[in-house]
Design a protein around this ligand. Structure first.
Ligand SMILES: Nc1ncnc2c1ncn2[C@@H]1O[C@H](COP(=O)(O)OP(=O)(O)OP(=O)(O)O)[C@@H](O)[C@H]1O
Ligand SMILES: [Mg+2]
Length: 459
């Protein structure tokens, strides 16, 4: 067994008996952030046992990095250096399953290993395009000890899809304890956790807890999570209200990693934020190509580029329109763009409710309506006014001129706390803002339906 061998070797290292020596050791190796997570008192054996435990939870790469740094350090003498090198190469060769057996003591025929609990939704995409950097960044963030992440971006930009892809691609290697996928908009998150534990682990909170509050039942669930000790990814999709989910979050502990998707900026100050932007043109074209095929795309390549631009490179729009074009095989892209989209705008059939196999649950108009409903009247009116500007960066001083009687501080608060915060408005430079193409279309539509057009003074 590699773990006991490693522990024995580390316990015999010189100059690691005292707390100060241990701190210096961790600092020199470049792992001083672990000092707060392990017990620095006690004998050498328990100090290194705690250290290996933490490194193991962080993953194979962390443990290898630690050994590499140790080999280079004055703590490893000639003899232990050679033995460390040999252990290192054996650890590096471990496949995911072997790694779990060696370092978590998992047994292959155990129920937990064959069926780690996970309920990652199916992705509806035929091809996931253009997000390799974001996937990598997300993974790097989540691998940092104690770091949880929010994916933030406007409606339809692909936050849920990115979380699905991440969970699917990484869970077996990095979250062998499973993935608990929760939908914040669907129903109470606490009730979903209790249900997950019942369904996937066959566990129910004891009777004594049944009469207690939901958050206490949920605490019991986290404490009794199966299989024990293995790292787990908890995804909470589409959070609109942090206070509503806070009582149900897992304990701050290296075992549970939390990933939230949300349209709201700065939802949780203590989480690292990954801002998700629209797709690059090449990725947008690539996505259209999966629906149209190479030949059809090449026949109208320039129009396809225009279409991507009209849709503001938003994955939701591209996905909806791509599927529509796939069904309408004889429809020219040019006709769709000029005769249908330009006239009917977001009401166009191609942008309506998605097919059930899509990741997105709503059409374009409904997607933005959800955010619209969260705005108060003043913010709705300001948004509508902004939709009257051309699609270009808007100097804020111009907006202020439109409201000569308005308290400028109030106007700024509406901009920052509502439109910007909910990702309807982008900041393009100092005091310069711009609406996304599709958001602008949506707000224009809202303006037409309202009786504010001639009455902005009321703001
Ligand atoms: N990189 C991508 N490649 C292919 N399809 C994508 C990509 N990103 C998103 N999509 C598709 O675009 C649609 C919208 O994505 P998604 O539902 O993830 O958006 P969202 O940001 O979570 O929106 P909301 O704020 O409404 O929850 C989905 O159908 C999804 O499958
Ligand atoms: Mg989503």
């Amino acid at each position: 067994m590699l773990k006991p061998q490693l522990l024995k070797l580390l316990s015999n290292l010189p100059n690691t008996q005292k707390v100060q020596q241990r701190k210096a050791f961790l600092m020199f190796i470049g792992f001083d952030q672990l000092a707060s997570k392990i017990d620095l008192e006690g004998d050498n054996f328990s100090f290194f046992a705690g250290l290996i435990e933490v490194l193991t939870l962080e993953g194979q790469a962390s443990l290898l990095e630690f050994i590499d740094n140790l080999i280079e350090s004055p703590w490893s003498g000639l003899d232990s250096g050679e033995r460390l090198k040999s252990l290192r190469s054996r650890i590096a060769e471990l496949e995911a399953g072997q790694w779990r057996r060696e370092f978590f003591g998992e047994v292959d025929n155990g129920h937990s290993l064959q069926h780690p609990p996970q309920n990652i939704p199916r992705s509806g995409t035929a091809k996931f395009v253009g997000r390799s950097k974001e996937l990598e960044t997300l993974h790097n963030y989540l691998q940092r000890p104690g770091v949880d992440v929010t994916i933030v971006g406007m409606g339809g930009v692909g936050k849920t899809e990115l979380a699905i892809q991440y969970a699917q691609q990484y869970w077996q290697e990095f979250y062998p304890g499973g993935v608990c996928w929760l939908r914040a908009r669907a129903s109470n998150v606490g009730a979903q956790i209790v249900e997950f534990v019942q369904l996937y682990m066959g566990l129910s909170a004891p009777q004594t807890l049944m009469g207690l509050k939901l958050d206490q039942q949920v605490k019991w669930c986290w404490q009794n999570w199966q299989p024990p000790r293995l790292p787990i990814l908890v995804v909470i999709d589409d959070v609109t209200d942090y206070e509503g989910i806070q009582p149900y979050l897992p304990p701050a502990n290296l075992r549970f990693k939390v990933l939230i998707t949300t349209r709201i900026r700065w939802l949780v100050q203590s989480f690292v934020e990954l801002y998700l932007d629209i797709l690059h043109e090449s990725a947008a074209i690539d996505l259209l190509k999966t629906f149209l095929g190479t030949e059809r795309l090449e026949q109208e390549f320039l129009i396809a580029k225009e279409l991507c631009n009209w849709l503001g490179y938003l994955p939701l729009g591209l996905d909806l329109v791509g599927r529509y074009l796939q069904r309408k095989r004889d429809l020219l892209l040019e006709d769709l763009l000029n005769q249908r989209l330009e006239k009917e705008r977001l009401d166009q059939q191609s942008l309506q409710k998605p097919k059930p196999d899509m990741t997105a649950q709503l059409g374009m108009e409904e997607t933005f309506k959800l955010t619209w409903q969260e705005l108060d009247t003043q913010a709705q009116q300001l948004g509508c006014l902004l939709s009257l500007f051309t699609l270009a960066p808007i100097p804020w001083s111009l907006v202020e001129l439109c409201f000569p009687d308005q308290d400028l501080k109030n106007l700024e608060d509406i901009r920052d706390d509502s439109l910007f915060n909910l990702n309807l408005l982008q900041r393009t430079g100092k005091n310069t803002y711009q609406l996304h193409q599709v958001v602008r279309e949506f707000l224009k539509g809202q303006l037409e339906q309202s009786d504010w057009a001639n009455n902005f003074i009321c703001l």
